[in-house]
Design a protein around this ligand. Sequence first.
Ligand code: DXP
Ligand SMILES: NCC(=O)COP(=O)(O)O
Length: 237
Amino acid sequence: MVRLSVNVNKIATLRNARGGNVPDLLQAVRDIEVFGAQGITIHPRPDERHIRYRDARDLKSVVGTELNIEGNPIPAFVDLVLEVAPDQVTLVPDAPDAITSNAGWDTVRHRDFLQEVIGKFRDAGIRTSIFVDPDPQMARAAAETGTDRIELYTESYATHYGTDPEAAVKPFRETAEAAASVGLGVNAGHDLNLDNIAFFARQVPHLLEVSIGHALICESLYLGLENVIGMYKNRLS
Ligand SMILES: CC(=O)[C@@H](O)[C@H](O)COP(=O)(O)O
Ligand SMILES: NCC(=O)COP(=O)(O)O
């Protein structure tokens, strides 16, 4: 079964809107794991617009499943991840002012940089994943960085799923096969939702984990967090 890692960035967005601690992120994470999540993902951005560096430190002792910290490996992020030592770190090449993650790594051009950063995390016993576009060449080249896994950047799948599901998923199937052929694990995320997740999980081989946040939290406004997590788990089983 593909593991569901719930990205809780948007719970932190709501909390920060009033400057207090409502909703309580730590309690929400405890509840989300009780509801069936198999991992928790956070993305502490440089401006701390939602997840704060302090949240990452606090969640280390709260998360009982797996903690996945995502981000661009700027020095402060690297130091935070080495301090917190999550189960997994996912490296994302997004700009500090990006409204959201919007590109995968060029694993050919940035091989040496990624090798250096990934080496630090592996030496600390942290599983590594790098965010890549659905491009088999990028997946094959990712193996030379020393990463354990890739994370397929699924925005293009979500965008085109409604008009041509087969065409939308094809590059992801090909990239997952390429990753497996060079010994890499396969994660996926970004803009996955209750409508598009089941087809993706059926069609993409070797998939180990999906991380889902924005849509899941929005869907929970109408359907309830416990119910929605159960719905995702059913679609992934
Ligand atoms: C890497 C990725 O696509 C998401 O994990 C990202 O963390 C979403 O970030 P926002 O919640 O800030 O849109
Ligand atoms: N890595 C993707 C993630 O954690 C959540 O992305 P989204 O579901 O908020 O688009």
